[in-house]
Design a binder for this molecule. Structure first.
Ligand code: ATP
Ligand code: MG
Length: 240
């Protein structure tokens, strides 16, 4: 959902996850026009979190395009329905376009091809673009320059108010090469699976949200439940 915040000239649009508790942990939602990086290992919740934001944004009357390397349109619809995120009507109405893409075989040219497709969606006036995930385009590459350039170009696309969410596997980029990518992004959400006492829990660390300094560093525990989706749960190390 993209909502207007009260406040005269300083009015700010935000992207809502459609989950009130999650939004409050994100400082009221992600500011529209942000380049957002969602990072985490396999099963940490990158797809579910981006799907939650996708549905929230569509429900708020906005248009969105999803580039997915993980699903067909059919499997996406049923995966999202399984966590109570129904998108079928939005697809029929054209408010959502979902493009299954294969990036791994394009080598170093993958990010260029993807960027062209994103620019095309930008010219069509989309409010939200999601790439889930960029991992196949950047894993195993030794050449980080095209990746850096992809992030810089994505950031320029956000200047008109379009929000872009990019998910990547935590180990997709080796060592310190991830740092410049994190710096370019306006928001950085890091997902982990970790021990909380005896139990294993999923956590969302709000590593950065530009314009919402008060929530930076917040750690939120969450669960993914069939028929329900993301549910914020109390954890002992929670902050924010
Ligand atoms: N319908 C569902 N019912 C229960 N759990 C689900 C459902 N859909 C997803 N999950 C769980 O949510 C968690 C997050 O899954 P998700 O696909 O978002 O991970 P991911 O970070 O995208 O992983 P990957 O890197 O493999 O793509 C997983 O533990 C998964 O089993
Ligand atoms: Mg995924």
């Amino acid at each position: 959902m993209i909502a207007q915040k009260a406040g005269g000239d300083s009015q700010k649009r935000t992207i809502s996850s459609g989950n009130a508790e999650l939004d409050s942990r994100l400082g009221g939602g992600i500011p529209a026009g942000s380049l957002v990086l969602i990072e985490g290992s396999s099963g940490a919740g990158k797809s579910v979190l981006s799907q939650q934001i996708l549905k929230g944004s569509l429900a708020g009357g906005n248009s969105a395009t999803l580039f997915t390397t993980e699903n067909t349109v059919k499997s996406l619809v049923s995966q999202m329905a399984s966590i109570d995120l129904d998108i079928f009507d939005f697809l029929l109405l054209g408010k959502l376009r979902a493009y299954p893409i294969e990036l791994s075989h394009l080598g170093d040219g993958a990010t260029t091809t993807l960027l062209q497709a994103m620019k095309h969606e930008h010219t069509r006036g989309r409010d939200l673009l999601i790439v889930d995930s960029l991992t196949p385009a950047i894993a195993h590459t030794n050449n980080m320059l095209p990746v850096l350039s992809f992030f810089e170009s994505s950031k320029r696309l956000c200047a008109t108010g379009m929000t872009i969410i990019i998910t990547i596997h935590a180990n997709a980029v080796e060592g310190e090469f991830i740092n410049p990518l994190r710096s370019i992004c306006d928001a950085h959400l890091a997902l982990h699976t970790e021990h909380d006492g005896q139990r294993l829990v999923k956590t969302l660390e709000v590593a950065k949200i530009r314009g919402a300094a008060s929530v930076t560093g917040a750690i939120v525990g969450f669960d993914v439940e069939p028929g329900w989706g993301m549910r914020v749960i109390p954890i002992s190390k929670a902050r924010g």
